[in-house]
Design a protein around this ligand. Structure first.
Ligand SMILES: Cc1cc2nc3c(=O)[nH]c(=O)nc-3n(C[C@H](O)[C@H](O)[C@H](O)COP(=O)(O)O)c2cc1C
Length: 201
């Protein structure tokens, strides 16, 4: 089994990276081949909205580091994505990745009703884990509805990748301590088990 982990935290070796890497380590222990990518090390651009991908679904026209990564992602059996929460949402790096997943979506319109439907050209059946690290506790002290919205929004990702088997892995109460995940033995054990389950379940 081949698994790719993609970390969208701009902070090096901080909570999100620790959790994604620990999930990957749990999978590797069960025999998976793993590869880790830190988006902060890549030169990536936002979606241009050029609709070029609608002429060639599955291919983004941009020539940056993300286009080959999007292609590469299709070759893995499981995908682990991680983002911290920034202002009640994902990081800019993560949002760029999700926006660019649009290149796998083909939009068609029913000629009679005008109704639009969406088909994902990403190879279906990938297992997914989405890791979210946030400073606030659960339940949050402020704006719980914004977190509800974020949790709802995150479902866009497995939908765009045609992935039926996915789960969310949350770290709450990290504050701004980049090592809070690394010091949380219970959380790390949970992450390792999630990784192992990707291979054996
Ligand atoms: C610009 C910025 C905005 C943040 N906004 C939130 C937020 O809205 N809610 C929250 O719970 N934590 C927020 N945080 C805290 C991070 O989510 C938290 O520190 C997380 O563990 C960072 O992940 P990392 O260690 O992988 O970088 C914010 C941090 C930064 C730098």
């Amino acid at each position: 089994m081949k698994i790719i982990g993609i970390n969208a935290s701009p902070r090096k070796k901080a909570n999100t990276q620790t959790l994604v890497e620990t999930i990957m380590a749990g999978a590797a222990e069960k025999g998976a081949h793993t590869r880790m990518v830190n988006l902060r090390e890549l030169a990536i651009n936002g979606c241009l909205g050029c609709e070029g991908c609608q002429k060639h679904p599955g291919r983004c026209v941009q020539k940056d580091d993300l286009t080959p990564l999007l292609q590469e992602m299709t070759g893995y059996d499981a995908i682990v994505l991680g983002t911290p929460v920034y202002w009640f949402h994902v990081t800019a790096q993560f949002k760029i990745l999700v926006d660019r997943l649009y290149s796998f979506i083909e939009t068609t319109q029913d000629p009679e009703s005008g109704e639009e439907s969406y088909t994902s050209h990403f190879p279906p059946g990938r297992k997914m884990v989405i890791v979210i690290s946030r400073g606030d506790p659960e339940p949050p002290l402020l704006f719980p509805q914004l977190y509800d919205h974020l949790n709802e929004w995150l479902n866009v990702i497995p939908l765009s990748l045609g992935s039926a088997q996915y789960e969310f892995f949350h770290q709450y109460g990290a504050h701004l301590d980049r090592k809070s995940a690394a010091h949380d033995a219970v959380l790390l054990k949970k992450a390792r088990t999630v990784g192992a389950d990707l291979v054996i379940a």
